[in-house]
Design a protein around this ligand. Structure first.
Ligand code: PAF
Length: 280
């Protein structure tokens, strides 16, 4: 598998593929790849003839007190994993390549409304950073399709809205969340957890399932949310939110509406902040 680091090289390779008539798929990542990422590559291969995985730890989506400096960087291992999954190309740009005027002076892409609640409230500027870097990657690769995981559900909605609003001719493919045997959603940040914490973290998925079941049993949404927070705290987690929202825009549901909802949790455990969700 080839690795390219510059826009010029990347564009030349993509042009050659286009001349062959290939349909091109993109899987944007921040590296430290695990089976969750590899499932995105496999899904992209079903939608495209050639698959590019980008590996870029994007500084503009991290807050000043977040883990940008310590985010796990495992390039050689990632390249081996991508090659083993028959990915065609890894695009691994530097910060200078992606932000030629510096990350503070960059053009920014803002996606109002859907970026604002939940992750957007806890992590101001996070989704502008994501939307900006994904727009740059879309512009560089000009893919026919791009795959994003449902685990980052709000991110998926932000990207879908951005693509529709900017009229980008890119199919956004949503990939199912990959889970460990105990239900914990696969995430690079799981490696911040000890073996004991990894077991405690499974309470997130159990709580999501309990929220879905309580909703289906007709319980009041405010009661379900309060019980979910309680359940997480009892398991030793510090919840940021544990909510039921409308799946299409993340707004609060009307009390009598019980369909088209999604349960979402963000919680801190040890050094990690974990997110997960479950369609109800
Ligand atoms: O989900 C991620 O890994 C990142 O937010 C993304 C989409 C690669 C943008 O940096």
């Amino acid at each position: 598998m080839e690795t390219l680091t510059t826009a010029v090289e990347l564009r030349a390779r993509i042009s050659a593929w286009r001349r062959e008539g290939a349909r091109i798929g993109l899987v944007p990542t921040m590296g430290n790849l695990h089976n969750g990422h590899f499932s995105l590559i496999t899904l992209a291969q079903k939608h495209a003839d050639r698959v590019v995985a980008s590996i870029f730890v994007n500084p503009t989506q991290f807050g000043p007190r977040e883990d940008f400096a310590n985010y796990p960087r495992t390039l050689a291992q990632d390249q081996n994993g991508l090659a083993a999954h028959d990915c065609d190309l890894a695009f691994v740009p530097s910060v200078e390549e992606m932000y030629p005027f510096g990350s503070m002076q960059s053009v920014r892409v803002e996606v109002p409304a859907v970026s604002e609640p939940l992750e957007g409230a806890t992590r101001p500027g996070h989704f502008a950073g994501v939307a900006t870097v994904v727009t740059k990657l879309f512009n560089l690769v000009q893919p026919d399709c791009a795959v994003f995981g449902r685990k980052d559900y709000q991110q998926l909605l932000v990207i879908q809205r951005m693509v529709r609003d900017l009229r980008l001719p890119i199919e956004i493919v949503a990939a199912p969340t990959q889970r460990e045997a105990n239900g914990l959603a696969m995430s690079s940040r799981n490696q911040y957890l000890s073996a004991e914490e990894l077991e405690h973290a499974a309470a997130i998925y159990r709580t999501l399932c309990a929220m879905r079941d309580a909703l289906n049993a007709g319980q009041d949404i405010a009661v379900i949310e309060a019980q979910a927070r309680q359940r997480l705290e009892t398991a030793g987690l510090l919840p940021d939110y544990a909510v039921l929202r409308r799946a299409d825009d993340l707004l609060e549901a009307q009390p009598n509406v019980r369909s088209g909802l999604i349960a979402l949790i963000a919680a801190r455990l040890g050094r990690a902040r974990l997110i997960d969700n479950l369609a109800c």
